[in-house]
Design a protein around this ligand. Structure first.
Ligand code: ZN
Length: 117
């Protein structure tokens, strides 16, 4: 093991997905350093979202067809609803407000869309 690196166990299916993506995109960086960068970038993205871009918003839960946010600036809950494959904010009656942007940047978004077709 190279200095500064540790061994980590991940699911076989996760490894296969990452490995396949890495190969399909012809990423020059070797798989392990690429996954290391990928994890850090996602962590930084989440921190940027919650600490700098929209610290007044909090994900209160992902439901079957909506994400519930608490908006401390507007002192209330906001539903971002998935309808016909698009996200819609019930407070701003919009598909391009800060609530939509926040939900689009959530790492959990893939979980929200996973079973939707
Ligand atoms: Zn909104």
């Amino acid at each position: 093991m190279a200095a500064g690196w540790r061994t980590l166990t991940i699911r076989e299916t996760t490894f296969e997905r990452l490995s396949k993506y890495h190969e399909l995109k012809n990423i020059e960086k070797k798989l392990s350093p690429w996954i290391d960068d990928f994890l850090i970038m996602n962590l930084d993205k989440g921190n940027f979202l919650t600490q700098k871009y929209a610290p007044h918003l909090k994900n209160m839960g992902i439901h079957d067809n909506f994400v519930l946010l608490n908006d401390e600036k507007n002192k209330g809950f906001v539903k971002v609803i998935l309808k016909d494959g698009k996200l819609h904010c019930d407070v701003d009656k919009s598909d391009h407000c800060v609530h939509i942007q926040y939900v689009m940047a959530l790492p959990e978004l893939s979980e929200f869309f996973r079973n939707k077709k």
